[in-house]
Design a protein around this ligand. Structure first.
Ligand SMILES: C[S@@+](CC[C@H](N)C(=O)[O-])C[C@H]1O[C@@H](n2cnc3c(N)ncnc32)[C@H](O)[C@@H]1O
Length: 286
């Protein structure tokens, strides 16, 4: 099987228009920060962020398959001592465009170092906003199961009578649980809080996310041979992980320096052999 990584040097506001409609399974990206002071890799003024992003999300909706997912890594800045509202305004704007705001994941940076500010603490989490075009979308929940952990050893050792039946929520939420359902299992579904370290192998870009972040979402929302797009490619983390997981990918980057760096590392095509016994593809090193 041939896996393609297509790298594009250019402005995604223009380059996205050239991509085929309904062709992408997952868009995973971290756009430039809102920044009122400087123009580091195209920082956008917080007051202009929504009007800058909405034409891009319009194009992203065009290229995304009806079964696809868009995951946006973003965090609102503090401006004049308070959190700016551009992320919230963006969500509302995208919903008006027709997107469904399906879910919000929190990336909790578990190795964040301490700091002190006069009126707040260190920012140690970021949002991952999940948008879809439909409420039926591809999702492979088993691909991101986590070890049951020590909770099971203590909690499941001695079950009460209530644990063995469906225990309805006391607050009338309609949710219930049957604790005994977890007996004998070694893996469980994760929550929507992702505890991932911030370390990155790639230090040549100032805003790199760790490989574990796109990896988690690529496994959750795509299967081998699907297409992943990162319109703000940076150092190519999404593209590198997509290729490793045998997904086709497209990355767009406006800065020649980053584009050249990624181009020098990523092979535009890699070949994998289907291992029929394991029913998965293995890399062909020939
Ligand atoms: C926050 S960084 C992405 C970092 C990336 N996730 C990584 O792990 O390296 C945003 C990137 O978007 C690029 N960029 C900014 N405006 C762009 C545009 N209009 N089109 C394409 N790329 C753009 C910047 O040069 C920067 O490398």
């Amino acid at each position: 099987m041939e896996i393609t990584a297509k790298l594009i040097l250019g402005d995604c506001t223009k380059e996205l228009k050239k991509l085929e409609e309904d062709s992408i399974d997952l868009i995973f990206t971290s756009p430039p920060y809102a920044d009122q002071r400087k123009n580091t890799y195209g920082g956008i003024h917080p007051n202009k962020y929504v009007e800058w992003f909405l034409p891009i999300s319009e194009e992203l909706s065009r290229v995304l398959k009806p079964t696809g997912t868009f995951v946006l890594n973003i965090k609102e800045r503090v401006v004049n001592g308070e959190r700016h509202t551009y992320v919230m305004e963006l969500i509302l704007g995208m919903r008006k465009q027709g997107w469904l705001w399906t879910e919000e994941f929190i990336w909790c940076k578990k190795n964040s170092y301490p700091g002190k500010w006069p009126n707040r603490f260190r920012d140690s989490w970021e949002r991952l906003l999940q948008f879809n075009k439909n409420n039926k979308f591809k999702m492979f929940q088993d691909a991101v199961k986590v070890p049951m952990g020590d909770w099971a050893k203590t909690r499941l050792r001695k079950l009460s009578p209530t644990d063995k039946i469906r225990d309805e929520s006391k607050v009338g939420s309609g949710f219930g649980k049957n604790v005994s359902n977890w007996l004998g299992r070694d893996k469980v579904y994760p929550t929507n809080v992702l505890h991932l370290a911030t370390e990155c192998n790639n230090k040549n870009h100032s805003a790199v996310f760790p490989e574990s972040l796109p990896e988690w979402f690529i496994k959750l929302f795509t299967e081998q041979g699907d297409w992943v797009l990162d319109p703000f490619m940076g150092s190519g983390t999404t593209i590198r992980v997509a290729q490793k997981l045998q997904r086709h990918s497209i990355g767009i980057e406006i800065q020649p320096h980053y584009y050249n760096m990624v181009s020098s590392e990523i092979q535009p095509k890699r070949y994998y052999l289907l291992d029929k016994k394991k029913n998965r593809y293995e890399i062909n090193r020939n």
